[in-house]
Ligand binder design. Structure first.
Ligand SMILES: NC(=O)c1ccc[n+]([C@@H]2O[C@H](COP(=O)([O-])OP(=O)(O)OC[C@H]3O[C@@H](n4cnc5c(N)ncnc54)[C@H](OP(=O)(O)O)[C@@H]3O)[C@@H](O)[C@H]2O)c1
Length: 312
């Protein structure tokens, strides 16, 4: 399922006034009809009140009123319920502002008719304008007689770090590392290194041809005997002096990736590389000597997960 926001937005961000669109431009609605036809649409109760039923499309209307209903409409009382009703079909979020706001983190794409007017209004498009947005990138622009349709695509964080480009080679002086923050309740798994006696997150070097996450999983298994599954990226750290060269020729300065992970099977044990393995609480950890590069990772690992934003 792709989630697309579709709207007509004035140059000053205005989308509505007194429950209506503050302009009427002949032909502008045709693009809306063509894009949404046959797909489910999600809208707020106020937007539905302003235009009623549109033929050939499912209407999922969001309201907090448990008694509200209307003919031909599927009613949802939360974003989750609306998504559940939409199923796998590509979904269009047709407004208004409250609903775009509620779906803001979920949209993949925006189809915005930019209207070259600056009308008075009481409703504006959330986040407008997107010219310098770190999240939205203009993908295409199509001029019409009196408006321009701009398609924006979400700039995805580099989750490819997790699944993606294989490390073709790294310069001989460069250590490309992958590690895991493995939580079990309020405890985190740390290992004590044979070579320097310091504590750190289990992990090690990425081999040529491996993805970062494959390396992290392998290194944890070799160090502790545990089989882990990756839940997401905790953090990646870069150093402008260190460049990783990918198979496709791209270069990137990120050289260390730490994943959040959980134990799939096994119990933690010792290996040649570590002299101690321990499940430690945040309070325990503050008393231990930690490898400097891992101090901030260990702190972050005790925080609730956040989506990492690692942009190209
Ligand atoms: N230019 C465009 O492309 C465009 C497109 C659409 C709309 N508009 C304009 O935008 C204006 C309407 O926008 P709006 O922001 O005022 O209203 P809206 O988003 O259309 O609807 C707001 C209503 O949706 C329900 N709602 C909001 N968040 C919800 C949630 N999280 N869970 C359940 N229900 C939720 C509530 O309904 P209840 O009050 O029933 O609880 C709320 O009053 C109008 O002027 C319209 O013409 C413009």
């Amino acid at each position: 399922m792709t989630i697309t926001f579709i709207a007509a937005v004035a140059r000053n961000g205005v989308v509505g006034r007194d429950g209506q669109m503050p302009w009427r431009i002949p032909g502008e609605q045709k693009g809306f009809k063509a894009a949404t036809m046959g797909h489910p649409m999600v809208m707020g109760r106020r937007t539905f009140d302003s235009h009623g039923l549109l033929p050939g499309r499912r209407h999922i209307v969001l309201t907090r009123d448990p008694d509200w209903s209307a003919d031909g409409v599927e009613v949802a009382h939360s974003v989750d319920e609306a998504l559940f009703l939409a199923g796998d079909d590509d979904l269009f979020v047709t407004g208004g502002a409250q609903i775009w706001e509620a779906f803001a983190g979920l949209a993949d794409r925006m189809l915005l008719s930019e209207i070259p007017l600056e009308p008075e209004g009481d409703t504006t498009f959330p986040g407008w304008p997107f010219t310098d947005s770190p999240v939205w990138r203009e993908a295409s622009r199509e001029s019409h007689d009196g408006w321009v349709v701009v398609t924006y695509e979400r700039h995805r964080p580099r989750t490819q770090v997790e699944i993606g480009p294989r490390v073709a080679r790294s310069g001989s002086r460069i250590k490309v590392g992958a590690s895991c923050a493995i939580r079990d309740g309020d405890r985190l798994l740390l290992t004590r290194r044979e070579d320097n006696g310091l504590w750190c997150l289990p992990g090690g070097g990425v081999d040529a041809g491996e993805t970062w996450s494959e390396a992290a999983v392998r290194e944890v298994r070799e160090e502790t005997g545990l089989h882990v599954e990756i839940d997401g990226v905790l953090a990646a750290y870069s150093n402008p002096d260190v460049v990783v060269v990918y198979a496709d020729g791209n270069r990137n300065a990120i050289f260390g990736v730490c994943f959040r992970a959980h134990v799939a099977r096994g119990a933690a044990g010792l290996s040649d590389e570590v002299t101690e393995v321990a499940w430690l609480t945040e309070a325990d950890v503050t008393r231990l000597p930690i490898v400097p590069a891992h101090r901030s990772l260990v702190r972050a690992a005790f925080q609730p997960p956040v989506t990492p934003t690692i942009f190209d």
